[in-house]
Design a protein around this ligand. Structure first.
Ligand SMILES: C[S@@+](CC[C@H](N)C(=O)[O-])C[C@H]1O[C@@H](n2cnc3c(N)ncnc32)[C@H](O)[C@@H]1O
Length: 384
């Protein structure tokens, strides 16, 4: 057997033995800690993480007093919440404990909120007031390992590989686009953005519309019925696959795979509206500008452009910027979000030849709407 195969087999055996050991440990683990009943389901042991880690478990006390679950790292409280999720599995084990049926909890801890060291010890404790006294007991302290850039670390500009890796399956694609995989929220935000964009750019039934970085088709699915043709363009073939699925059955849609920096493959003056949402934060500044300049090329006279990013000048945008500044430079993922300012977007639009530039700012976002000079076909049409 080749040396590489032996090494791989050895690693697999070690992994399997470790897994078995962990399972045994978890089965034998006490779920009663003095006056408290409870345990963590996740994370049970070392859990590598990127932006978020999930902490899931259950806890309650014998007299049914209200309990607060407190998560802390390096002595700093990260989260506190009251368990309320159904746990029929636990209720079977401890039927005599009041309130055990809804003793479950689930918390998403933001990596930014944890210390930046390679291994973070996350303490999960439970607090309850009994006989007028506040008591606290630790459910578990778990080491969490930060993701370490290895040979597989890609540079930011390898846009196709970076995004294809984040969209290996339908669930991952949605989470990397929007941060969640929830049908209702996905539809709600898609509709909200489609309506706002329609208002901002005046998209109508005669318009040919192009989305740069269409992801899994969240916005396109809502916009396609409102325009003559919708074109979804993205650098990631995996994302395009999910976008195609989302728009299956629409006969006015098409898809283009981009090279990551320009709109090669789209004809000059063939589009009425170009838009690009939640994409600029993942691009280098030069590539942002190239897309603005390319939008100018492909737009018809009078065509409109919309782009957005998280903004440096709003309160929430600044908070995100500061949080990211706490992450070790070597640990920043290649597609980590980088902000824009209104001035930056304005300069790109002016330099590319756009006019009627409007910059809008919210606490989180900055958006730019601009127009390519010239009369649209509609405007040139003589009034009847
Ligand atoms: C956060 S998602 C947003 C998707 C979509 N606009 C939405 O709002 O649902 C970012 C998208 O931009 C795409 N993308 C990243 N870099 C790109 C690039 N250089 N050129 C084109 N698309 C890119 C990714 O593949 C991904 O689909």
């Amino acid at each position: 057997m080749a040396r590489g195969n032996v090494r791989r087999l050895g690693a697999r055996l070690v992994e399997r033995a470790t897994q078995k050991g962990l399972e045994l440990f978890n089965q034998r683990r006490r779920a009663r800690i003095g006056w408290l009943y409870g345990a963590l389901d996740v994370p049970r042991a070392l859990q590598p993480f990127h932006d978020w880690i999930i902490v899931r478990g259950w806890c309650c006390v014998e007299d049914g007093a209200p309990v607060t679950v407190v998560l802390s790292a390096a002595g700093k409280q990260v989260e506190a919440l009251a368990p309320s999720l159904p746990r029929p599995d636990v209720a079977k084990l401890y039927p005599h404990v009041p309130g055990v049926e809804r003793s479950g909890f689930e918390v998403f801890v933001k990596a930014f909120d944890l210390p930046s060291s390679r291994v973070v010890f996350l303490k999960c404790a439970a607090r309850a007031v009994q006989n007028g006294q506040t008591k606290e007991a630790t459910l578990e302290t778990v080491p969490v390992v930060r993701w370490r850039p290895g040979r597989s670390m890609l540079p930011r500009f390898a846009y196709q590989d970076v995004w294809d890796r984040s969209a290996r399956n339908f669930h991952d694609a949605r989470v990397s686009v929007a941060g969640y995989d929830d049908d209702e929220e996905w539809n709600r935000t898609g509709e909200l953005f489609a309506s706002d964009l329609t208002r901002a750019t005046g998209i109508g039934p005669r318009d040919v519309v192009l989305e740069i970085g269409c992801g899994a088709g969240r916005v396109g699915a809502k916009l396609a019925p409102r325009c003559q043709q919708w074109i979804g363009a993205d650098v990631s073939p995996n994302m395009l696959r999910y976008a195609r699925e989302a728009l299956e059955g629409s006969d006015n849609v098409s898809f283009v795979q981009l090279n990551g920096v320009d709109l090669h493959g789209i004809r000059d003056e063939s589009i009425d509206v170009v838009y690009c949402t939640v994409v600029f934060m993942h691009l280098d500044e030069w590539d942002r500008y190239r897309y603005v300049a390319e939008a100018h090329r492909v737009l018809r006279p009078g065509g409109r452009l919309y782009v957005d990013n998280f903004g440096l000048s709003g309160e929430m945008g600044w908070k995100l910027f500061l949080e990211t500044s706490q992450v070790d430079a070597a640990l920043r993922p290649p597609n980590v979000s980088k902000s824009s300012t209104g001035e930056e977007l304005q300069i790109y639009a002016e330099r590319a030849g756009f006019t009627d530039i409007v910059i809008e700012r919210t606490p989180m976002f900055v958006a730019m709407v601009a127009r390519k000079p010239g009369a649209t076909t509609e405007e040139r049409r003589p009034a009847s």
